[in-house]
Every structure is written in structure tokens, then in C-alpha cells.
Design a protein around this ligand. Structure first.
Ligand SMILES: [Zn+2]
Length: 399
């Protein structure tokens, strides 16, 4: 029997989403009238992805995997994870997202159990931990993409706090020592002082933003936009200046491990992560911010942003990370190109551009705008064949 199928994904209509990228993947000729923020492919409880194929009656992917986990996940992934360990997404970030951090695996287990014991329901907006898993993430830009990623290196942070007059009050806090010190100071400052200090900053930068005089490489641009998007008293606006403002171009990737504070600002990407929903927020949000829990998990260290271009192996570009839960690779194919794949586990494909086909024996599944996603299972060699210039991503686990 053929170990291939078509996969349908789940669209998430979060209000920060854009209206073009995901409709384009799904073959819509026009922009959507509501925001389409994320497209999910996986077995996460909030992703109702259906597999169907030459030998597969339509069924939820998680149920199909559960019917025969050893065969469909492979013995090793079944033993290590017991399910598809990753979640693959496409994101259209039109309005900036909250600053967030994800716990490491050990902390996630402890803190989930602790929160369970309080009896706070999983659906409560104040709930921090939704599962026992960590959530390392890797994103590949599908064009110019902007994000906040980790604390600035020491000399850069010092220069920012010295040169932005409204932030001079933080310079002595940072000079006395640590990243933890300055971050905790900002996050714990009384709201009245936050509002007063932001008022002075925003009175200067919002007019510049509105006049189109700020570059996206400037923290002022994103701070002003954050104030207009969320609230002019949101203390997360200070963090814009503490973190690296990073620009990635098409095909460049960024890995965010546990504890690295980050926020997606603008652009389209393909993202893979461990299947988890554990998010601690640090501002730029209207949602719940739990400062003590946040401070527990933020790795308060300088970060030199690393842009990954991937490792080329034939026509495959593999984005290596330390995460055992996932491996993302990209294929840039020309018409007629073929790639042989021996799946190590349940592997998911997402076609961004062009037209291609997954072929196993006599069976095949076509990937194109409208039906961009497919899935293959271990036990049989699969050929990925392009019928036009194509860009395709594959989610798997490190072999
Ligand atoms: Zn994240």
C-alpha cells in the first residue's frame, strides 16, 4: 500500500494576520476579507488536519497515526515521542505579535503539574502552561521579515540606553550589572511611571512614524507601531529597545530556543516547532502577562542573532537545529527535477510556489496552490517531482 496522502490544514483567523499569503497558498484568487494569520499542519489538538489518499479514506491525521503508530511514526519516533512531535505552520504577520518566551522541557513539566494542581482550567485566559512540552521554534522567511530576537549584545544595549534620551534612566540600572536586573526593572516598574516615561518617548516618535520618517531597522519604528497597535502604556514598548531588531530575507532562518525572548513584527514565514502551546508573554499584547512566571523562563543573556542559510544536500536545503523534535528542509526545484526521499517518520510537505507531485509506486498526490500539503509515511521510497519551478518545505525529525 502507498504510504502517501493529501493533507488538509487548519486556518487560524487571529486578528494580527494578513489577507494574502494564506489565501494564495489555498488557491484563492482574491485577498480574503478576514485576516488569515496561520495555516497549521500537524496532530496538535487545535489542528484538525485530515489525511486522504490513494489508499486512505479521509481521517484525522492524529487518528490515522494512532491506528498504527509504529508503522506510521517509525519505531524510533514512536518510542521517543509517541506521536508526530512537530507542528508545521505558515504565518502571515501583518500586525506585530506579543513578546514571548517558551519554557524548556524540564521546566514545562514541573510548571504544568503545578498549575494543574491549582485547578485553573486549561481554557482560562490566565493559564500559562497548556502542556508538558517545550516549544523550540524555527522560522524561514518567505520574503523580507522582521522580528525581535534575544537581548542585544552588551555594547549595543549600552549604546541604545545612552543614545535614546528617554531611556537614559535605564543606563545606570544596566551598568550595575545584569540583563536580568534591567529586564526585571522594566517589567516590575509601577504602571504610573511606565506610562509617564512612555508618554515622553511616544510624543517624540509617533509623529515621526506617522510622517514616514522612521526606518524599519530603527527601534523607534516598532516602538511607535506597538503603541498604536496595542496601547501607549504597554511596558513591552521598552523591550523593543532591549532586544535585537532582526531583518531576515527570503530563505533565511532563525532558531528560537527555550528562554529566548522574541516577537514577530512583520512578514511571511514558514515555521516549525515542537507540538506545544506553552507561551509566556512579556508585553505588546492585550492578553494575560504573568511577570514572575515570565522572569523565571527568560534567559537573560546577550544574543548575537544568527541567520541560518541551511546546509545544501543535493537539491535539499536542511536547516539544522539542536531540537530533537523537528527538522525543516526546503526544496527549490525546476520543472522535471526529482528528489528521492526515504521517510524516517510521518513527514509533512507544504508547497509555497509552483507545482509538484509526491509519487510512491503507482500512487501519486499532486501539490499545487489550493491543495498545497501532503504527507508521507515510512516504509517506501517516495519521489518528489516538480512540474514547474517550485518551492516546497518538508517537516521531519533529525535522522
Ligand atoms: Zn514563539
Amino acid at each position: 500500500m502507498a504510504g502517501i496522502g493529501r493533507l488538509t490544514g487548519t486556518v487560524k483567523n487571529y486578528d494580527w494576520g494578513g489577507t494574502r499569503f494564506i489565501p494564495k497558498l489555498l488557491g484563492e484568487k482574491q485577498e480574503s476579507s478576514t485576516p488569515e494569520a496561520e495555516f497549521w499542519l500537524g496532530v496538535h489538538p487545535q489542528a484538525d488536519c485530515t489525511v486522504s489518499g490513494p489508499d486512505i479514506e479521509p481521517v484525522l491525521l492524529r487518528d490515522y497515526v494512532a491506528q498504527d503508530p509504529v508503522a506510521r511514526l517509525g519505531a524510533k519516533v514512536n518510542a521517543d515521542f509517541g506521536n508526530v512531535p512537530y507542528l508545521l505552520k505558515a504565518l502571515d504577520v501583518k500586525n506585530m505579535l506579543s513578546i514571548q518566551v517558551h519554557p524548556n522541557k524540564k521546566a514545562a513539566v514541573i510548571d504544568f503539574e503545578k498549575e494543574e494542581a491549582t485547578g485553573l482550567p486549561l481554557s482560562d485566559p490566565k493559564r500559562n502552561y497548556k502542556d508538558r512540552n517545550h516549544k523550540p521554534e524555527l522560522m524561514v522567511a518567505m520574503g523580507e521579515f522582521w522580528l525581535l530576537h534575544g537581548f542585544k549584545p552588551e555594547d549595543k544595549l549600552r549604546a541604545t540606553l545612552d543614545s535614546v534620551s528617554e531611556l537614559n534612566f535605564l543606563a545606570p540600572v544596566f551598568a550595575e550589572g545584569s540583563y536580568k536586573g534591567v529586564y526585571a526593572y522594566v517589567m516590575e516598574l509601577p504602571q504610573e511611571e511606565v506610562s509617564a516615561r512612555l508618554r515622553v518617548l511616544l510624543d517624540r516618535i509617533i509623529p515621526l512614524y506617522k510622517a514616514g520618517k522612521l526606518e524599519k531597522s530603527s527601534e523607534d519604528f516598532w516602538a511607535a507601531r506597538a503603541a498604536l497597535t496595542f496601547s501607549e502604556t504597554d511596558r513591552g514598548i521598552f523591550s523593543v529597545y532591549l532586544f535585537n531588531v532582526v531583518r531576515t530575507d527570503k530563505g533565511q532562518a532563525v532558531f528560537q530556543d527555550a528562554g529566548i525572548p522574541h516577537a514577530y513584527l512583520e512578514g511571511w514565514n514558514v515555521e516549525i516547532m515542537a507540538s506545544s502551546d506553552n507561551v509566556l508573554r512579556g508585553g505588546l499584547t492585550n492578553k494575560h502577562v504573568d511577570v514572575p512566571e515570565l522572569l523565571k523562563h527568560v534567559v537573560c543573556e546577550p544574543t548575537e542573532p544568527e541567520l541560518l542559510s541551511g546546509v545544501r544536500k543535493g537539491k535539499e536545503i536542511i536547516y539544522k537545529t539542536p531540537a530533537p523534535d523537528f527538522e525543516l528542509s526546503g526544496f527549490e526545484l525546476e520543472a522535471g527535477d526529482e528528489v528521492k526521499i526515504n521517510p524516517v517518520t510521518t513527514e509533512v510537505f507544504l508547497l509555497i510556489d509552483g507545482e509538484a507531485e509526491l509519487v510512491a509506486g503507482n500512487a501519486s498526490v499532486k501539490l499545487h496552490a489550493g491543495e498545497p500539503s501532503g504527507v508521507i509515511f515510512p516504509g517506501q521510497e517516495v519521489t518528489l517531482r516538480a512540474s514547474g519551478k517550485s518551492l516546497i518545505y518538508k517537516a521531519s525529525v533529525p535522522a
